[in-house]
Ligand binder design. Structure first.
Ligand code: FES
Length: 101
């Protein structure tokens, strides 16, 4: 992947209540999971998100709500300079951030 000076803005719902915003350097081909991984590794070690195995849109473990639509986090290709609001789907009980029961 090639990096540049562009960013992606991630607004992550925390603890089922509040939101935190993060600015992530844009890389061609990045997806929601890679943006969350960047946040965890570089900006905030307290975020919680599904540790998914396939990263190919097949296992369904990374289902989440992205800008109001239920989508697979690994399958959503990000565009530079856009805002992505990321939340859990439906009425599932939130354990932490994007982790549900
Ligand atoms: S990681 Fe398997 S569908 Fe996203």
């Amino acid at each position: 992947m090639k990096s540049n000076n562009k960013n992606v803005n991630i607004k992550l719902r925390r603890h089922g209540q509040t939101y935190d915003e993060f600015e992530v350097p844009f890389e061609e081909g990045m997806n929601i999971l890679s943006a969350l991984q960047y946040i965890y590794e570089n900006l905030d070690r307290t975020i919680a998100y599904p540790v998914c195995l396939c990263r190919m849109g097949k296992c369904g473990a990374c289902i989440m709500q992205v800008n109001g639509k239920s989508q697979l986090g690994c399958a959503v290709r990000l565009a530079a300079d856009k805002l992505y609001v990321i939340e859990t789907i439906g009425n599932k009980e939130v354990i932490k951030d994007l982790i549900t029961k």
